[in-house]
Design a binder for this molecule. Structure first.
Ligand SMILES: [Ca+2]
Length: 534
């Protein structure tokens, strides 16, 4: 082989390698452990931080919104009144583990690669508390970790650790909590007990180091169980079912959405049971009331210690939750009730009372925001952006359109792989690996996403532009591949025999005058001619 041929061979090998593995390799490079020392921003005092995460708290289950007339969250309402309310907060993947990984790393799921609730988390991933620790913070994790399957061992980045395996349980049943590596029985109602541990840790601190507390509630994950004192609190109220819970209210819905009605994640066979969605919502609201009380206890503690003015307190849900919208329950989808979350912040020294941030913020922005509050420069490799300036009323260049992704799980096969772009006005949803229809919604005129405009003549330019923008975002962030993991866990793949049958194939994809009947006609003519000859 000549030198020129060798050079060509190497060149084409590189091209081939790039084609088959460029994006996963890029993702891995983004994960690669960087220095944990971030440069400090001059003149910024490291701020105390408390980040409270709630499980499956949907965006409108707030007293201030009254999505259901009886919902009450007085302490979260207080946060909005005295601090900032971010009505357009989203997650980039609506599922526990992927969203938690995005919060901790500032990365999209296709980069951190925690795309389901079962498979291990890469040891290469850097969690933002590691940077804080390195910068001199004392850090604590109290509550649900739930990444990488069933374990509760202390993880990197935390000086103090209280957690449990997987989802944990609301009431003790012989289970244990892991406290700094030591197995300790759970004593009481989980939301109260986690708050106790969090406040004990805050109270036990000595010295002048700034702190970061990550209080991660089990509430309000299904199956909802309120604190005894809140059980039945809302039982006499009426649940208003969402409009799209009724069949036929979602125009041109994809087949998979119609099929999911009669499945584990659908209203006809919810969790393979005869669960009443309205009663379930009331239990959700009662369970949430306990989480709201926890927020109140944390704020009361800060007030008592004279720390309420200076501490940055942020509250957020890890993903939304559907209660019948589009005939579905739970999360995963790119519909608003699934991908949208409550987000509130409180820090009178930095944020004016009654601040409303209209920009679209997301779980990937949490780590950058908290690092900025700590007076540190945000690492370049993070996908998110600090929204601290937005809360301070400063102008800043912000994203146009939020990338959403969800990767199909064998365990819950009803929801396909999704890539979506959520703009201020339009939402474009693109599916992968199924023979079905994509979606486009005009959120300004159709906030409930009832009219799929994907085939509307008037919207074809928008569809084309958003498709281009979606793939540009995927390409530029290393998302042009589909993550694949080994099978793990149980499959929830049943249908109810007497429920709605499978969706009809969309009429716009059907043809009457295809080649097939014409071939049949030609074949028939040939056969007739043969008969005549005989
Ligand atoms: Ca969750």
């Amino acid at each position: 082989m000549s030198n020129q041929q060798k050079t060509s061979a190497i060149f084409y090998s590189i091209i081939l390698l790039c084609c088959i593995g460029a994006y996963p390799v890029l993702s891995q490079q983004k994960l690669a452990a960087k220095s944990l020392s971030l440069s400090k921003v001059k003149g910024v005092k490291p701020r105390n931080i408390i980040f409270i995460l709630t499980d499956d708290h949907r965006y409108d289950a707030l007293g201030l919104l009254k999505a259901q007339s009886f919902i009450e969250t007085p302490n979260l309402d207080r946060m909005a009144k005295e601090g900032a309310y971010l009505p357009n907060a989203f997650v980039t993947t609506s599922l526990c583990s992927p969203s938690r990984a995005s919060i901790l790393t500032g990365l999209y799921a296709h980069t951190h690669q925690v795309v389901d609730n079962n498979n291990p988390v890469s040891k290469e991933l850097v969690f933002y508390p590691q940077y804080l620790q390195k910068a001199g913070y004392e850090t604590a994790m109290v509550g649900k970790w739930h990444m990488g399957g069933e374990f509760d061992d202390p993880q990197r980045g935390f000086d103090y650790w209280v957690s449990f395996k997987g989802q944990g349980v609301y009431y003790p049943n012989g289970n244990t909590l892991n406290i700094n590596g030591k197995s300790t029985p759970q004593k009481g109602y989980i939301t109260d007990e986690l708050t106790d541990y969090a406040l004990e840790w805050l109270n036990s601190r000595k010295g002048d180091k700034p702190f970061m507390l990550y209080l991660s509630h089990k509430g309000v994950h299904a199956e909802f169980l309120p604190a005894g004192r809140h059980a039945g609190k809302f039982k006499d109220h009426n649940f208003m079912p969402p409009l799209t819970m009724q069949p036929g209210t979602h125009q041109d819905a994809p087949m998979w959405v119609q099929n999911q009605r009669n499945s584990w994640h659908g209203v006809e066979y919810p969790y393979h049971s005869n669960l009443n969605i309205g009663e379930y919502y009331k239990q959700y609201a009662e369970t949430l009331y306990g989480v709201d009380e926890s927020v109140g206890r944390v704020m009361a503690y800060l007030q008592e210690k004279g720390l309420l003015e200076s501490t940055l307190l942020i509250y957020m849900g890890d993903n939304g939750f559907q209660f019948g919208e589009h005939g579905l329950i739970d999360k995963r989808t790119a519909y608003e009730e699934s991908m949208r979350v409550p987000m509130l912040a409180h820090c009178p020294e930095q944020i004016k009372p009654g601040t409303v941030v209209k920009e679209v913020v997301a779980n990937i922005d949490l780590a950058p925001t908290l690092l900025e509050a700590a007076g540190l420069t945000v690492p370049q490799h993070m996908d998110g952006q600090s929204f601290l300036p937005l809360m301070q009323g400063k102008r800043t260049v912000w994203r146009e359109g939020l990338l959403y992704e969800y990767y199909w799980e064998r365990n819950f096969p009803h929801t396909p792989t999704i890539h979506a772009l959520r703009g201020d006005r339009y939402k474009y949803i693109h599916y992968h690996g199924i023979w079905d229809t994509d979606e486009l919604y005009d959120l300004q005129t159709d906030s409930l996403e009832t009219r799929n405009l994907i085939r509307s003549e008037a919207h074809q330019e928008i569809v084309k532009a958003m498709n281009k923008q979606l793939f540009e975002k995927l390409r530029s962030t290393g998302g042009m591949y589909i993550p694949l993991y080994e099978d793990k866990g149980r499959q929830q793949n049943l249908r109810y025999e007497y429920g709605t049958p499978g969706a009809a194939f969309p009429s716009y994809l059907k043809r009457e005058d295809t080649d097939k009947p014409q071939q049949n006609k030609a074949q028939q003519a040939a056969e007739d001619a043969m008969q005549k000859k005989k």
